[in-house]
Design a protein around this ligand. Structure first.
Ligand code: GDG
Length: 734
């Protein structure tokens, strides 16, 4: 039976060792809860680090620990202290975390950290390879394990692999500063599906892939060798029911059942009819903007002094990564700031800030959420921010105001919250004022909408959506695979070929017989290509047509007086058996004068693009421009040309990074069909890589063997993955 394997840095179980006995306690964190529906029964396994280094685990307990973890469907990856330091505290949290949260100034790029990151990723990958069978589905989590997908794919090419990034993916301008940027992208592209919290992170990732690796990207599909990798956004939700049920239960508590914290919170609320509680909960992390929030609070109290003695800010900062120097500095900064503000403003009956530097039990968390009139979350960058969602879920009477930084992923889905820029103190102070004075009806209106959405798209739905999408991707792959020109299919093609008496080959040039070059003039044929074409052509019964959009001068220079046929400029000219070019199609070129200056203006405004002037067509090449910019300009040019062309009999072809304007009655399909009746062919073969070749695939008779180079949608019967395979296929006909 196939199983699901989940991989994350940490296992969803906490290990406690005391007096030789082991206690494995399931974690209650968001991820562990969310994965419940995926991580169930005997058909799933969770692989991760236990939280204890090799040095911390007594040798005699290893087996016992493995058994205890197995009971929770978990299996551990063993890490030494040195590995944890280099991989987790080092590369993950001193390079990737700051960089991906736009704290470039904190990012440390150390070679030894990177090398440990790589070797630990290899350990995780090996653990998967050891446990996975061919039909299994693998879901890898987060920034600590970005190299794992490729490492697994190399050993197990058929596995279905998903990856989800829980933190932001930064813009290309930030990402490109990473010394090992290509390896990180290639690592991720080992997946079948890559998920992000928001569309912004997704488009940043796609842009980096296009710019740094040069892969072809079409909408959210990335073409990687013989695979299509899908990228999508899945905004993570919370266990809504758990939070709202806990809040309901807490409301029914008698005074005796209440926590000490709850009593303290109630005391504050009773201190004055307009007393307000504002809560903020985060890990102590510079990305969460705690220091700025404190400054903003002081700013607010200076601007609106009437709220002194009435408003209290509760800061719950959960200790995090205290081994990393930057976090130690931050702790010091926050301690001092809280001390300074409290020292300056406190009165005998009022302390403006209650500051907890610890993790509180779940029930206390609920006390804080349900008692606070306002949740104030001001991250400078945050992948999602689940606290914002949890606060809303606990507001059973629908009151309460959420102030949320627009830099948090969750702000995308929580428009009804009061969104702020965490750097704008004036705006924050005014928003806090607005929140304090927001009428209850208004609060309820906003929260009703928010709650409805959070309830619907909860964490279980998130996990199931991701898994569904991964399954669909696998099925899509399988559908694609059926068109791949495999060895078996090729044998059948060869059988027909050998039986045939008269055979014809239509072979495209650029992107088919040769890869793309920055300068198209440099893509001239090499010796082995001449040899291959000569041999194919000399074979009894074979006719070859090189069929290209190139101009006749270039092809004449490269191939004359070779004895094969050539159709150039998409079908305007033909040369047969080494003869001079003659016109195959009568075409009008009056339009060129009108269009040329338009293309020139696009060249001027699009660095890296150029015009190729052919006898009967004009091509605007944009392969060497910035990919996004080039694509935008191409769309713009398309609009301009469409309006200019009007009723003229010309058309615009969108090729592979080239737009070609030519007479409408010229295309490769029409040209191929004109030469076809000259002989009684009983084997027809056509191969090409781009849009212009689709005309041929469409026009040729049904029995023709048509082959697309690349995995994009095609009218061809078969495809092969890349240009590197074309010559081997053709060699089989010799
Ligand atoms: C990363 C991304 C993304 C907090 N204090 C206590 C406590 N918590 C719980 C909260 C919440 C969780 O911790 C924090 O989740 P966040 O989403 O706010 O932030 P990160 O830890 O930075 O998580 C983030 C997330 O991954 C998921 O993809 O949203 O952007 O940075 O669930 O309730 N829980 C208890 N006591 C506490 O004191 N029991």
């Amino acid at each position: 039976m196939s199983k699901t394997i989940i991989i994350s840095n940490r296992l969803p179980v906490q290990l406690q060792i005391s007096n030789g006995s082991i206690n494995a306690i399931p974690s209650v964190g968001g991820l562990a809860t969310g994965m419940k529906s995926v991580h169930t029964g005997g058909d799933s396994l969770w692989i991760g680090w236990s939280g204890l280094t090799d040095e911390e685990i007594p040798k005699e307990l290893i087996l016992k620990i493995d058994k205890a973890l197995a009971k929770h469907g978990s299996s551990k990856v063993n890490l030494s202290e040195e590995e944890v330091n280099g991989f987790y505290f080092g590369f993950s949290n001193r390079a990737i975390w700051p960089l991906f949260h736009y704290f470039l100034q904190y990012a440390e790029f150390k070679l030894d950290h990177w090398l440990t990151y790589k070797s630990v990723n290899r350990k995780f990958a090996d653990a998967i390879i050891e446990k996975a069978s061919e039909e299994d589905t693998i879901w890898i989590h987060d920034y600590q394990l970005m190299l794992v997908p490729k490492m697994v794919r190399e050993k197990r090419p058929k596995l279905s692999i998903g990856f989800f990034l829980h933190i932001p993916f930064p813009s290309y301008e930030i990402f490109r500063t990473l010394p090992w940027r290509e390896e990180i992208l290639e690592g991720l592209l080992g997946s079948d599906l890559i998920g992000f919290h928001t569309y912004d992170y997704e488009r940043h990732f796609l842009s980096s892939v296009r710019r740094l690796l040069g892969n072809e990207v079409s909408f959210d599909d990335i073409y990687v060798d013989d695979r299509i990798v899908k990228v999508d956004s899945f905004p993570m939700g919370i266990d809504y029911k758990k939070f709202s049920d806990a809040a309901k239960k807490q409301k029914e508590f008698s005074e005796a059942q209440q926590s000490d914290l709850q009593r303290r919170l109630d005391l504050h609320k009773k201190s004055s009819p307009d007393a307000k509680l504002v809560v903020s909960i985060d890990r102590l992390d510079y990305s969460k903007g705690i220091a700025k929030r404190l400054h903003a609070f002081k700013y607010f109290l200076d601007k609106f002094p009437q709220y002194k003695e009435k408003i209290r800010l509760i800061i719950l900062a959960v200790p995090s990564r205290s081994n990393v120097p930057q976090y130690q500095l931050l702790k010091k900064e926050i301690d001092e700031l809280v001390g300074r503000i409290n020292g300056e403003l406190a009165t005998v009956s009022w302390t403006p800030i209650w500051y907890f530097y610890r993790s509180l039990p779940f029930d206390n968390l609920i006390d804080l959420y349900t008692s606070s009139d306002i949740a104030w979350l001001t991250p400078i960058r945050d992948g999602m921010n689940l606290v914002a969602k949890e606060y809303i879920a606990t507001r059973t009477d629908k009151t309460g105001v959420l102030i949320l930084s627009e830099m948090a992923g969750s702000a995308n889905e929580m428009n009804e919250a009061l969104l702020i820029n965490p750097n704008n103190f004036e705006q924050i102070a005014d928003t806090l004022y607005k929140a304090i004075n927001m009428p209850e009806l208004e609060q309820q209106r906003r929260n009703t909408i928010l709650q409805r959405r959070l309830k619907r798209y909860d964490v279980e739905k998130w996990a199931n959506d991701f898994m569904d999408s991964l399954r669909k991707q696998k099925n899509r792959d399988a559908a694609n695979v059926s068109k791949r020109l495999t060895d078996n299919l090729m044998s059948a093609v060869l059988k027909n070929y050998n039986k045939a008496r008269k055979r014809v080959f239509f072979i495209d040039y650029d992107g088919t017989l040769t890869g793309f070059k920055i300068d198209p003039q440099k893509a001239s044929p090499d010796k082995s290509l001449y040899k291959l074409l000569d041999q194919l052509n000399e074979k009894e019964g074979n006719d070859i047509y090189l069929i290209s959009g190139r101009d006749k001068e270039t092809f004449g220079r490269w191939f004359l007086p070779k004895k094969y046929n050539m159709i150039v400029e998409h079908g305007v000219w033909i040369s047969e058996e080494g003869g001079e070019f003659r016109m195959l199609e009568n075409v009008n070129k009056d339009w060129m004068e009108k269009i040329y200056p338009v293309l020139e203006s696009f060249v001027d405004r699009t660095p890296g693009s150029f015009i190729e002037e052919k006898n009967y067509s004009l091509a605007w090449h944009y392969r060497n421009t910035d990919p996004d910019f080039g694509a935008n300009r191409a769309a713009e040019l398309n609009t301009v040309l469409t309006s200019l062309i009007g009723n003229d009999d010309i058309s615009v072809l969108n090729g592979n990074k080239v737009m070609e304007i030519k007479s409408s009655n010229v295309n490769k399909g029409r040209a191929a069909m004109r030469v076809l009746p000259q002989e009684d062919y009983d084997f027809i073969f056509a191969i090409g890589d781009d849009w212009t070749d689709e005309f041929m695939f469409q026009e040729l008779p049904d029995e023709a063997v048509t082959v697309k180079v690349g995995m994009q949608n095609t009218k061809a019967k078969y495809y092969i993955e890349s240009v590197s395979k074309v010559r081997n296929i053709l060699k089989k006909f010799i």
